[in-house]
Each structure stands twice: as structure tokens, then as C-alpha cells.
Write a protein that binds this ligand. Structure first.
Ligand code: NAD
Length: 483
């Protein structure tokens, strides 16, 4: 059946259709790539990342008009190298069929789970970490034996074009192919009947993508956004909290899905926190406009959106604290200072929308209970950060709040921990990748039961009024009776 027969109202283009068909038939020719093939695919990517890291850093910076080189290395390239090493080391164990229990009633029999590649995985990539968010799910999909089609973001065109060239050199089109283009291409891409679709982007577009995937019953992993809170416990040293939070907020100028979106700070520590935060950020970025360490906003449109948030907050009575140590002007520049907001309220855009930029509202709280309630009264976030040396209180936060992931006494770094799953919950996403969970996401865990030469149903089966069946029933009743 041609793919177009399966399409919804979204137009599948012939080029995309041909690409998917080529990948699908290559997959059928080698439906269970062995470990050596998977490792070869991962290793060539590993070497390409090492060979082209400088070019990649330059391309991302071009897309942002400036992105700190160290940020691209530390948040995109380094975790990918580690991610490849992680799967390389564990692939044998992950691929091994797992023996499982077979119930007495079915004996003699053996059961196992067979981890089968799904086929062709589609991956839709946002602009904010365009290398990591393209290749990190791809590494999991390749490790699990799949073919991959990537749709890069139209807002990171230099990175998209470079990845297309690099991946085009190391993979055949039917192993990995890269698609670039605008929303129309993205719409057509997500209408393809992939065997699995990973979408990373906004919650709003995530809903559209899930609808498109539903037409084909394509399973989805949705890596979405939201407002990730940080709670500082009263006992935690406020200077240290400010230091750790500033790092997580300033990376990529706050354009990070897991950046702290707002801070819940003990009321009596609010002044101290703001003072410390301003001091730390000013030291890290003594100037902004021409400072290559300080990343710019991706587009004029995104900058305008953030400026609207600031204006709205100010007009509604909030106090803005822009951290601009040398009082620079930012006309004709896509840079924006990190701005703390005091007095933010629920009716302000900064508290209603995901910020995704260099703005940080600080919300005072009186009791930890109040802070927990504040978080629980809002949609479930992608990340939650809690600052407290007390382990039992931190464990309590784990059980009393929901979020995709948690950072205790740190920000962002849980995303780079290979061995734990990464993914949202509720409006921040569905499903996971990274770690063993990532391998499972991109595999069909197929349950298999095997019987041998002895066929017990021969003795138990119909006509049902036989001694074996009656004895079996009696035995089962005795076995399962709970006293
Ligand atoms: P976006 O939702 O606007 O776009 C993401 C991708 O979807 C792009 O490749 C785009 O081409 C495509 N797209 C746009 N409209 C589409 C449509 N109608 N149908 C199909 N595809 C479509 O998001 P963005 O602005 O690129 O990224 C910012 C958002 O992504 C933020 O909300 C952020 O929190 C989220 N994000 C989440 C994660 C995560 O891992 N959970 C990571 C990074 C970013």
C-alpha cells in the first residue's frame, strides 16, 4: 500500500514518502541489526562529532547570532559523546532476550522477552539545543537497531544544514536522513506513518503532532516544555543556591527546556537571594553585548515575546531587576540581560506562560507546605529543583510533587546523566529516552512463550468433563486460596 493511502489531511510530500519507503525497505532487509552494526553506526557518529565539533559550535553560534562556544561543547557535544559510550558499553546486556516466569498452568513452557527494533523512527527537533536534541534520541534509536529520519528546526538553519552534510557523509540515506524546512515540511513529516515519533518542542505544537500521529496510530514520545520551579529550603545557604541557580538560568540565556522558570524562595531570604544572584551573574558576565560568553536570543520574534513579558509584568506592578553591569543598550542586538522579577503575580504573562529566556521571577513563600502547594496547583513541570542538604526532606519532596525529572541541589545536570530516563509528565511530555528506558522506548518488548514436544492441553482439553480438568481446577483453588 502506498504511504499516501495512509495520510491524514496533512500532505505527505513524495520526497518524504520516498525517504520513508527507502528506510523501511532497508530495515526489512536487515530487521535485527547485530551488535557490531549498531556499534559501527554509533562509533562513526562519535568520530564525526569529534572531527566536526568546531564547525558545529560555529554553526550553532551563527544561528543564535552568538552562542558561547563552551555552552555548545558542554551541553551538546560532550553529553552526546558520553551517551554513545553509555550505549556502546551496555548494548550486549540491553539486547539480550530476558528469561521470564511461565505460570504452572502453562507448563511445560519457557517464556522470554525479545527486544526488537521498531523500524523507522522520526525525530522532530527544536532550535534551542539543535545538535543534542537531534542526536540524543537518535543515539537511543540506533542503539535499539532502528533507522532514523530527522526534521531539523527552521530556526537553526545553519546547524540543520551542517548536520545534514555531516550525517550524509557517515550514513546512507536509508540509515539516517535529515530533513530541513519550515512548518509545512514539519507538518508533512509528522503525518508520515513512522514506527515511532519523537517530538521535542512546545506543549502547544506537541498536541498538534500527537493528533497527526494518532491518524497512523504512531506511538509518540513528546518532550515538551513548561514552567520548571526551583524551591530553596530555608536552611540552604542562600549564596550557594544563587550560584547554582544562576548557572542553570544563564546557560543559553535561559532558552533551555529545563531552565529554572521561577524560584520559590523563603520570604526572609528574598533580598539576600536577589543580591547574591545579581552579584554572581555580574561576575560571570561583566559585560553582555560584545561578550561572546553571553548567548543571544534565537530570533527577533522570540526577543519581542520576552520583552512583552517584561512590559506586562512591569505594567501590572512587578519590580524588574535587569543584570546589566555596564548599562549597555541592546538595540540592533538579539541579546537581553538576565532580569529578576520581584512581585510577580499569577495574572502576569511571566507566571502564565513558559518563560524560555533570561527572565526569572522570584516568588516568596512562608512555609515549605505553601511552596509545595504552589507547585502542585500548576501543570506538572519538566523539571523540579530542590535545594536542601536534608535528605529526608528532599525525599519527601520527591513523593509529594510530580515532575519529569528532579535536580536536588543542582540545575540542568540530570539531563546529562546517561543512566536515568529523561522525559516529561502531563503537559511537559509523554515517555522517555536516555538510559535503559530509552532503549526500551525504541524497542518492541515482544513477549514470547515457547512449548516443547509435550502438549498438556491434550489431557486437559475438551470434552471438559474430564478428570484432569476437574483435578486441575481443585488444585488451583487450593493453591490460590488466601487465608
Ligand atoms: P516548536 O514547538 O515551535 O517547534 C519544534 C519543532 O516542531 C520544530 O522543528 C518545528 O519545525 C516543528 N513544528 C512546528 N509547528 C509544527 C506543526 N504544526 N506540526 C509539526 N511540527 C511542527 O518549539 P521550539 O520553539 O522549537 O522550541 C521551544 C519549545 O520546546 C519550548 O516549549 C521548550 O520547553 C521545548 N523544549 C522541550 C525540550 C524537552 O526535552 N522536553 C527540549 C527543548 C525544548
Amino acid at each position: 500500500m502506498p504511504l499516501s493511502a495512509l495520510k491524514s489531511e496533512n500532505q505527505i510530500t513524495p520526497e518524504l514518502e520516498a525517504m520513508l519507503l527507502a528506510q523501511r525497505s532497508a530495515y526489512r532487509a536487515d530487521p535485527m541489526p547485530n551488535r557490531a552494526t549498531r556499534i559501527r553506526r554509533l562509533d562513526t557518529l562519535h568520530n564525526a562529532l569529534l572531527d566536526h565539533s568546531d564547525q558545529l559550535i560555529t554553526a550553532v553560534s551563527q544561528d543564535f547570532s552568538n552562542r558561547a562556544a563552551a555552552e555548545t561543547y558542554l551541553t551538546e557535544i560532550a553529553p552526546l559523546l558520553d551517551g554513545i559510550a553509555y550505549y556502546r558499553k551496555r548494548l550486549k546486556r540491553f539486547m539480550k532476550p530476558q528469561r521470564r516466569h511461565a505460570p504452572l498452568l502453562l507448563q511445560p513452557a519457557s517464556t522470554h522477552v525479545f527486544y526488537q527494533p521498531l523500524g523507522v523512527v522520526g525525530i522532530v527537533v527544536p532550535w534551542n539545543f539543535p545538535i543534542f536534541l537531534a542526536l540524543s534520541p537518535m543515539i537511543g534509536a540506533i542503539a535499539a537497531g532502528n533507522r532514523v529520519m530527522l526534521k531539523m528546526s527552521e530556526f537553526a538553519p545553519a546547524t540543520g544544514a551542517l548536520l545534514q552534510t555531516i550525517l550524509g557523509k557517515i550514513y546512507t540515506q536509508d540509515e539516517v536522513s535529515v530533513v530541513t524546512g519550515d512548518v509545512d515540511v514539519a507538518t508533512a513529516f509528522t503525518a508520515l506513518p513512522f514506527d515511532h515519533l519523537v517530538f521535542t518542542g512546545s506543549t502547544q505544537v506537541g498536541k498538534i503532532v500527537m493528533r497527526a500521529a494518532a491518524e497512523n496510530l504512531t506511538p509518540v514520545t513528546l518532550e515538551l516544555g513548561g514552567k520548571s520551579p526551583a524551591i530553596i529550603h530555608e536552611d540552604f545557604p542562600i549564596q550557594e543556591a544563587a550560584k547554582r541557580l544562576a548557572f542553570g538560568k544563564c546557560i543559553n540565556a535561559g532558552q533551555t527546556c529545563v531552565a529554572p522558570d521561577y524560584i520559590l524562595c523563603p520570604k526572609n531570604k528574598l533580598d539576600a537571594f536577589c543580591t547574591a544572584f545579581v552579584e554572581i551573574v555580574s561576575k560571570s558576565y561583566p559585560s553582555l553585548r560584545d561578550n561572546n560568553d553571553f548567548t543571544a536570543i534565537i530570533t527577533d520574534r522570540q526577543k519581542a515575546r520576552l520583552e512583552i513579558y517584561l512590559r506586562d509584568a512591569q505594567e501590572k506592578g512587578a519590580e524588574l531587576l535587569p543584570i546589566n553591569p555596564t548599562n549597555e543598550a541592546f538595540d540592533n542586538s538579539r541579546k537581553m540581560p538576565i532580569t529578576l522579577i520581584r512581585g510577580a503575580r499569577d495574572d502576569m504573562l511571566v507566571m502564565r506562560e513558559e518563560i524560555f529566556g533570561p527572565i526569572l521571577p522570584i516568588i516568596p513563600y512562608d512555609s515549605l507546605e505553601q511552596a509545595i502547594e504552589f507547585v502542585n496547583n500548576r501543570p506538572r513541570p519538566l523539571a523540579l529543583y530542590y535545594f536542601d542538604w536534608n535528605k529526608s526532606r528532599a525525599n519527601d519532596i520527591l513523593t509529594r510533587t510530580h515532575s519529569g525529572g528532579v535536580g536536588i541541589n543542582d540545575t540542568l545536570s540530570h539531563v546529562a546523566a546517561d543512566d536515568i530516563p529523561f522525559g516529561g509528565i502531563g503537559s511537559s511530555g509523554i515517555g522517555h529516552y536516555h538510559g535503559k528506558e530509552g532503549f526500551l522506548t525504541f524497542s518492541k518488548a515482544k513477549g514470547v512463550l515457547r512449548k516443547g514436544r509435550v502438549n498438556t492441553t491434550r489431557f486437559v482439553g475438551p470434552p471438559w468433563d474430564n478428570l484432569m480438568y476437574r483435578s486441575l481446577k481443585k488444585f488451583q483453588k487450593l493453591r490460590h486460596r488466601r487465608r
